[in-house]
Design a protein around this ligand. Sequence first.
Ligand code: C5P
Length: 238
Amino acid sequence: MRDSLIIALDFPNKAKVLEFLQPFEQEQLFVKVGMELFYSEGPAIIEELKMLNHKIFLDLKLHDIPNTVKSAMKVLARLDCDLVNVHAAGGSAMMAAAVEGLDAGTAAGRKRPYCIAVTQLTSTSDAQVSQEQLIGVSLIDSVMNYASLAQSSGLDGVVCSPHEAQLIQSRLGSQFLTVTPGIRPDSSELQDQKRVATPKFAREQGISAIVVGRPITRSVNPLESYLTIKNEWKGVYK
Ligand code: C5P
């Protein structure tokens, strides 16, 4: 899990995914399956990716009453993914229930998936926190509060911005996972990400794993872009 480069498979269907993965035959990847792909292809896409020997982050961001999340996680655990997630805004009882569900659904002798929490979405602004959520503290304080709640509820870490990771680890310990999207190598475009960071910056912050989508999936040479970003992330320079 640590030091992983997770590729976001933000594609509409299996055909596009398999076309993208073709040049990666020799690589064991860690891939992220989000709502678009999972809702379009169903659990079979997870089986398919596992048969190709890839590790999987199933990014469905569960948020419901504790009993529903527990039951859903029990079912998802059977898919034998490596990492799943919930929204911390669901509360401590819901997060604890998510872990209980994962434990209950994980087959004997298998390791349960790591479970991490989304604190505040990176698309959420300071103004939304105060004017829409009516939270009386700053965005970063709300992120820290949710991260701390996730830890005390038994979760393994959080999804966060690369700029929040160091503070989270200094308060909650380096064992607590920080998984960060919004990674852009110097040369690539921002797309709709606002607060971005390079793979090198992510490594220097002690971030546990980075999630990279378009700089690899939309590249003219995805394998080359993947290897370049991976080397920068791992601190290997040729
Ligand atoms: O293409 P890009 O590198 O921006 O993709 C980042 C991935 O991380 C996308 O799948 C996006 O949904 C996801 N993500 C994010 N910010 C979050 C949580 C997830 O960008 N806070």
